[in-house]
Ligand binder design. Structure first.
Ligand code: PHE
Length: 356
């Protein structure tokens, strides 16, 4: 039993250098398990004389005690270290940004929708919607555009197949049918904008068979041409971000407004570069007018009591002018590289306070 000292020292050494809880456990089994080094020795005690057995037994038990203590201490130590490293690894840095950087982009048309809603929302307008496949009646007749009216041809209408009764729905050629739908379902005062999709059989660098418009409609007892001018002037100045942007109202004709006006914004083209603002040139951007008494009457609104104005403009057109896109077909090509370059960052939501 002379080598008991050595055995104890070697076991304590291995305990001290056990790298993790698993290694420590297998060491415990090697020493104190059923076939462990210490256990084996305890089993040999029976072959000794009683005196020898007593002494050797005490020494062996002492080794066992010392070893058990060392194992317990080492386990506690390793457990604490494992916890510490877990805490370090799982720590959350609360100063990091709450979201990863946005990868997607907002399409310029969607962005322009948001801008329109922000500006007109500030003026007290709400957003109305209507179907893309529209009754001929709402798209034309109720708007004072009769069967033989040249506007029906001029609008290059997409017609659906006729129904059994001969009536044909159309892909709406403008957002104006939502004027009718709103006046039929709501009582004045009415103050809405209608941003939405529209369709005409036309295709070149500045026309697409599918495009977008925004309609505006105000109906109450007093709104007049002056309010129309003020509203559109405030809108254009906010949208284009030019405080002294001049507007020109030219007499025009639409079947559903009387009087009617087309609206131009000022621009200059010095050195071949188009700049929106005070200048020698004008750009036409929208149609407008006082809602025709017949249109009010078609919607069950008494034209002797109520009046108001309406306007409509092409969203691609104002987006192209504001952001300088030369060709509108690129809007619909779903080209990711173009979106990455011209798209808008999702969280930069336009508002009158933050700017457009
Ligand atoms: N709907 C007309 C168009 O598409 C625009 C317009 C709307 C004009 C409202 C006057 C009033 O050209």
């Amino acid at each position: 039993m002379e080598n008991l000292e050595e055995l104890q020292e070697s076991l304590l050494n291995r305990v001290a250098t056990a790298g993790d809880l698993e290694a420590l456990e297998s060491l415990r089994v090697q020493a104190l398990g059923k076939k462990g080094e210490v256990t084996q020795r305890l089993k040999t005690l029976g072959s000794l004389t009683p005196d020898e057995r007593k002494e050797a037994g005490q020494r062996l038990n002492r080794v066992k005690e010392v070893l058990t203590e060392a194992l317990d201490a080492r386990r506690a130590d390793l457990e604490e270290r494992a916890l510490e490293s877990r805490l370090v690894n799982e720590a959350v840095d609360v100063t990091l940004p709450a979201r990863p950087a946005e990868v997607g982009r907002i399409h310029p048309i969607s962005q322009t929708f948001e801008e329109l809603v922000a500006i007109f929302g500030e003026m007290g307008f709400s957003v109305a919607e209507g179907p893309h496949i529209e009754e001929d009646y709402y798209n034309f007749t109720a708007l004072n555009i009769h069967e033989a009216h040249p506007a029906r041809q001029e609008m290059d209408t997409f017609y659906m197949r006729p129904a059994a009764d001969g009536s044909r729905k159309v892909l709406r050629t403008h957002t104006s049918p939502v004027q009718i739908r709103t006046m039929l379902s709501e009582k004045p005062p009415i103050r809405i904008i209608v941003p939405g999709r529209t369709f005409r059989a036309d295709h070149d660098a500045t026309h697409s068979p599918m495009f977008h418009q925004v309609e505006g409609l105000v109906i109450d007892k007093k709104s007049h041409m002056g309010h129309l001018k003020g509203t559109l002037t405030a809108f254009c100045r906010a949208f284009f971000g030019v405080d002294d942007l001049p507007l020109r109202f030219r007499p025009s004709y639409f079947p559903f407004t009387e009087p009617s006006a087309e609206v131009d914004i000022g621009c200059s083209r010095e050195g071949g570069e188009l700049k929106i603002g005070p200048g020698k040139d004008w750009l036409e951007i929208l149609g407008s007018g006082m809602v025709h008494p017949k249109v009010l009457a078609n919607c069950g609104i008494d034209p002797n009591e109520y009046q108001g104005f309406a306007f409509g403009m092409g969203i691609e057109r104002i987006a192209m002018l504001k952001y300088g896109f030369p060709d509108l077909r690129i809007f619909y090509e779903t080209d990711l590289r173009w979106m990455k370059h011209y798209g808008f960052v999702p969280l930069e939501i336009p508002s009158m306070v933050r700017g457009m």
